[in-house]
Design a protein around this ligand. Structure first.
Ligand code: AMP
Length: 300
């Protein structure tokens, strides 16, 4: 496995992979790797001849009062994990200097318009512009055949699928199911911030999503009813500060234009953002006609 810090070397490596007629998979991450990242990497290694993982805490997707400076970092462990999983190249992105991810004087932005506005977009202005820009840059650098993202960040995955199509990148964007801790908490690098008590409170989020999902699987199709279940389940944990808890059309992320889940082609996403202590957590569950098949496809 090769580790590069310079994007120019990574680009050249990717060029050689493509020139040799090999398929290339890309897994973009911000590091502090956990089992959620591992699932994406494993899938890429399985489906592609070569796999590149990028580790870059992208400053442009953090707001002014967010956790850029204290975001968890574990480069040594990340590299060892990648090696063990059969990754071919790790790019440890630099924020400044020659070969850094943003060339000096960079002023080009990528905005995915409507998909960036609701949910996290309302509370984190500029966040998705930062995400869309860095992912586009990574797609340009590596020109991968496939790129792997997690449905844990449902809005992000949707937006990247969109930009991959809109910009004629030719990248096949794969979105994989959320990996959870044994107690149900969605894996996240930010879970490391949680105290015991905050972590206990945080479990109310997957708990509420589970209640909604169980009702749906039990035949409840009415979106208003599912929304009421979500709200009352979250209200039972007063320690949590809920930023949003919403049910949205899974394709557009807009308010559902129908009242039953089954009337929407892609179903709905039940999405929650909440603060436990000072840690912001997001989680979701995707309910709908295609989700079973889509998830099954990734299990092979
Ligand atoms: P991050 O390092 O948090 O930017 O995440 C890098 C990629 O891993 C993104 O595509 C995330 O959606 C994905 N990811 C993060 N946590 C999970 C998880 N618990 N399950 C599946 N994918 C995840």
């Amino acid at each position: 496995m090769i580790t590069h810090h310079d994007v120019r070397e990574a680009c050249e490596w990717a060029g050689r992979v493509r020139a040799a007629g090999l398929s290339l998979g890309l897994v973009p991450t911000m590091g502090a790797l956990h089992a959620g990242h591992e699932a994406l990497i494993r899938q890429s290694v399985k489906q592609c001849d070569r796999t590149a993982v990028t580790i870059f805490v992208n400053p442009t997707q953090f707001g002014e009062n967010e956790d850029l400076d204290r975001y968890p970092r574990s480069p040594g462990e990340d590299i060892e994990l990648c090696r063990g999983l059969g990754v071919d190249l790790v790019l440890m992105g630099e924020t400044s200097g020659a070969g850094s991810v943003y060339p000096s004087g960079a002023e080009t932005w990528v905005t995915v318009d409507r998909l960036s506005r609701p949910l996290c977009g309302r509370y984190r202005p500029g966040h998705f512009r930062g995400v869309a820009t860095v992912v586009t840059m990574l797609f340009c650098m590596f020109r991968p055949h496939r790129a792997y993202f997690g449905l844990k960040d449902f809005q992000q995955a949707r937006l990247i699928e969109r930009l991959a199509i809109d910009l004629h990148t030719g990248v096949d964007v794969r979105a994989l199911p959320t990996v959870r801790e044994a107690d149900g908490l969605a894996m996240s690098s930010r879970n490391a911030y949680l105290s015991r008590e905050e972590r206990r409170q945080a479990l109310a989020v997957p708990g509420a999503l589970e209640i909604v999902e169980a009702a749906f699987r039990g035949g409840e199709q009415r979106i208003a009813r599912l929304a009421a279940l979500l709200e009352s389940a979250l209200r039972r944990e007063p320690g949590l500060r809920i930023e949003y808890a919403e049910i949205r059309d899974a394709a557009t992320l807009e308010e559902p234009a129908r009242s039953l889940v089954g009337e929407l082609d892609d179903g709905v996403v039940v999405a929650v953002a909440a603060h436990s202590g000072s840690t912001r957590l997001i989680d979701n569950v995707w309910l709908g006609p295609r989700t079973g098949a889509a998830l099954e496809e990734h299990r092979e």
